[in-house]
Write a protein that binds this ligand. Sequence first.
Ligand SMILES: [Fe+2]
Length: 373
Amino acid sequence: MKAFQIIPSVAEYAEFCDFAKEVGLGQKDLVLTNEYIYHPTIAELNLGCQTLFQEQYGAGEPTDVMVDAILAELSGKDYERIIAVGGGTIIDIAKVLAVAERSDKVDDLYDKMSALKKVHPLMIVPTTCGTGSEVTNISIINRTTKGVKQGIVSPAMFADQAALIPGMLSSLPYGVYATSSIDAMIHAVESCLSPNACPLSEIFSEKALELILPCWKAAADSGEKDGWKKYKAEFLRASNYAGIAFGHAGCAAVHALSYPLGGVHHVPHGESNQVMFAPVMWKYLEKQPAGKINRFESLLAKILSCDEKSAIQELCALMDRVLERKPMRAYGVTEDELPKYADSVVGTQQRLLGNNYVPLSRDEILSIYESAF
Ligand SMILES: [Fe+2]
């Protein structure tokens, strides 16, 4: 079993200015971000940093075309550290930039993945509360030339520092809070139930749930759309803990089965995970009701003040208060797509399926899709 490690140093700062002062941001630093994040929070500090705004090179998830355009732009610039300030797209791109030599293109990095070296020190400031990507060493790039989404993974892609700054979540829209915190909750659950978890990673999975669930409840009970912002430090910390946990133990069937929904029907990552979460849990309980899942149920029962047998149901009900769950058909999925999805998951998602609480056959995966339909 691999040893548990947390590679980047992790520090918390109340506001961006505290972080900038502590690490001495200046002219030799490149800030990779979005313009709506940069103005006014970072711009007003007049740090003299170089900047690059991702949206000028393409919209949506990272693609080889977008990253190659950014690499071309940066080939003429002189900078040392990369400071990534943003959500999953920004962070994934920054990890790739950190290991790219001046003449590299994305395809070159895939070709020499096992020999990648850190070229620029990397600091990551997440501005959503879901991916946990600031503490993992993988980037998922859509390789449009090859028609596949593929991960680049390397020890050299770990950040040097992850900076958690709750103030950066202040302007997050409700929908992004909802889907990203759901993603973090699912990272915590999948890593907790994974056969590849270890006692240390379980501490981070469990603590993430202890942070997220009471804050979800308090925010929903407040009846205010911005009620969650009172707990932004807790959500950000929980996302980070869940990232540490799944960085070790992995994500599993919920993530694996949600891929077609994201890839084909463009449902946001956290939302597509939400669709698959309850049906996967019910299948786990049906197949193997006695096992590690009981420890998960008793943790939930303690956090949610309910009995163990109804704990997963209560969790799903609470998640529905954060964001109402829809069936797959509401996203335009048709019934005849389901067997194709099941085949594609079995064919392409074995890395994730290996972290399942119990193994799932192709027909069991299909029946999960049918109950989510
Ligand atoms: Fe995720």
